[in-house]
Design a protein around this ligand. Sequence first.
Ligand code: FE2
Length: 349
Amino acid sequence: MISTATETSTGLAPGALTPSQLEQFRKDGYLILHGFFDPAPILARARDVIQSFDPAAHPLTKFVTGSDDDSTKENEEHVGNAYFLESGDSIRFFLEEGAVDPKTGQLNRQPDLAVNKAGHALHVLDRTFYDLSFSDKVQNLVRSLESFTEPRTLQSMIICKQPSIGGAVPPHNDSTFLYTDPPSATGLWFALEDCTKTNGCLSFLPGSHRWPLDSHQQGNEQRPKEDRDVKENYGVPRGVNKRFVRKEPTNTSAGTTFEELSVSEEDAWRDNEARVEECKAGTLVLIHGSVLHKSEKNLSDRSRYIYTFHAIEGDESKAKYDEKNWLQPTKATPFSKLYNPPPAPAPAA
Ligand code: FE2
């Protein structure tokens, strides 16, 4: 459950998990690494990025509900869909649900307090997030998981969880959103501010990445690949129930939907088994792609800034990234090699 970065003072490369940390991660499906990084400069840069949000250049502020003109609404929806689905090589801004006045289509608060998240190419376009994402510590950490041949970095974002309106995220597992065959996604989640019960910290169902424990219930779904001895010691990893996909793979205006995959992969949240994981700024949370987790609405008067990105297996002989996934690599921004990153962007002026 709780591990500390100081445990790595045993001759391991900086950032690498100790055997007991790796065991904990395999058992629980997540790992809390306190004091993994210095949060102050990352938070400062994250705030600068969010401050740069310009509502005048944003499609959703043009959206006015109650219009009689359906074709206008439809058009605006298409613009919003493309803005999201084409954000893989940009830094774009997505708003909190309660931040736009439905009558006027205007923000009902100052712009930097309206942003839910910014993404999804911070790791290649912004020097601060590049330096963190491809740092030796992060590379050593991912290597020590012993689960990737050629990890790729993708879907980087700042999530703000704004005071009083920061929305809840319902129980889910991340491979639903970044599906590879077999599943390989692992999340790296950096707390830039203290995460508490009142501002929407993460909760996990420990071990839910290995349901069902009864092998007779296992269907034919694709499950994350693991060495046989890992499976024998910890249980077979769970597949995914559904996928978050593009309605039309090559048409970014068409939007997204959930595609049901399996009814036999249990995904029920159980409050009595859940662990609420408060953590301090500077904590890195490692999240297995099959573990169920969620966060509550931010009811406090303090934001909950975090930075996160995912790693997937990039060796296509091991796992294949699916063309229906919402996020697709582009020529300009292929998914970056974590161990052999692209050239660094210039530092922010
Ligand atoms: Fe998640």
